[in-house]
Design a binder for this molecule. Structure first.
Ligand SMILES: [Zn+2]
Length: 151
C-alpha cells in the first residue's frame, strides 16, 4: 500500500510522491497499515504542504476483475471519504490494470505516461487504466517492470 501525495494547481491535483507506511498486517490477501506509521505519513505529507490524493494497493489476481474492491477496501475508502479526505483508492492487478474509485463524489483522472491505456470500462464511480503492455515485457523476465510499480 502506498499513500500518494501531491499539490493542487488551480483545480488539478497532481500526484508527485509515494509514501509507504509500515504494515501491522501483511498477507497475500490483506494489508493493514500500522496506525502510528500511517499517522506519521499523513503528518509528513502535511509538513511539506501536500495533500493525500490516493491510496494504492496491489491485488493478487490478473485482469480488470482483479481490480474490484473487496468489502474491506470499500469500508476503508468510505472511512477516508466520510472523514473529509478527497483521496481516491487505486487497486492494481498483477498484470498492470489499475482501477481508481471514489464512492461519495464524482472525479476525473488522467494517468500520463508511455504505454498507458484508458480502458474506459469503469462503472460505479471508477476509472480503469492499463499501465503497461505486459505481452511486450513478460518475455524480458522483469517482474518489477511488469507490475508498473515496485511494491
Ligand atoms: Zn484491496
Amino acid at each position: 500500500m502506498l499513500y500518494m501525495a501531491g499539490i493542487k494547481v488551480e483545480e488539478n491535483r497532481i500526484i508527485e510522491h509515494a509514501i509507504q507506511p509500515k504494515f501491522s498486517v501483511q498477507t497475500i490477501f490483506s494489508v493493514k497499515p500500522d496506525a502510528g506509521s500511517a499517522l506519521e505519513a499523513l503528518l509528513l505529507i502535511d509538513k511539506y504542504g501536500m495533500a493525500l490524493y490516493a491510496t494504492i494497493h496491489l491485488h493478487p489476481g490478473e485482469g480488470i476483475s482483479a481490480t474490484r474492491p473487496s468489502p474491506e477496501d470499500i469500508r476503508n475508502q468510505l472511512a477516508w471519504e466520510l472523514g473529509g479526505y478527497k483521496n481516491l483508492m487505486g487497486i492494481l492487478s498483477r498484470d498492470g490494470f489499475v482501477r481508481f474509485l471514489r464512492f461519495t463524489s464524482d472525479f476525473a483522472i488522467n494517468v500520463i505516461g508511455k504505454e498507458v491505456t484508458d480502458v474506459k470500462d469503469g462503472c460505479c464511480n471508477s476509472r480503469i487504466f492499463r499501465l503497461l503492455e505486459t505481452e511486450k515485457i513478460q518475455g524480458e523476465g522483469d517482474q518489477e517492470r511488469r507490475l508498473g510499480f515496485c511494491y
